[in-house]
Design a binder for this molecule. Structure first.
Ligand code: FES
Length: 131
């Protein structure tokens, strides 16, 4: 979007040195190759997380979020801010229990329907999400 906006401004005759841009957010780690095994960084002894759409299950490591585990498994959950405010990483949890430090982008309807923020969700029990 930023590049498209810069191109439009250039077409309108705005000098490049007058165009200011600001970006924020974490750098997304690269996705693993499809079918590649999860990288083991520490013992994954936490609750199991099942990504039902991708038919993959793995245990989570202490302190790891569902989004981080999904990246190791190449699940492909979209994300942006990774701090619980944009809502891009919303996924539906069909079973289990998680804790989330920040839930700013969830409304009451989301909460009533089991929607969680993958970037914040740390499983307290075995969890299944639609991803
Ligand atoms: S990536 Fe923004 S709320 Fe999770």
């Amino acid at each position: 979007m930023m590049e498209a906006t810069k191109a439009i401004l250039r077409e309108l005759g705005v000098a490049d040195d007058r165009v200011k841009a600001e970006a924020f957010g974490a750098v997304k780690p690269p996705l693993a190759e499809p079918g590649a095994p999860a990288r083991a960084k520490a013992a994954a002894t936490g609750p199991a997380v099942t990504f039902s759409t991708n038919n993959k299950t793995a245990n989570i490591r202490a302190g790891q979020t569902i989004l981080e585990l999904s990246e190791e498994l190449a699940i492909g959950i979209e994300n942006s801010c990774r701090v619980g405010t944009c809502g891009i990483c919303k996924v539906k949890m069909t079973s289990g229990e998680v804790e989330m430090a920040v839930e700013d982008s969830l409304d009451e309807d989301d909460k009533a329907n089991g929607v969680i923020l993958a970037c914040q969700a740390k499983p307290k029990t075995a969890v299944t999400v639609e991803a």
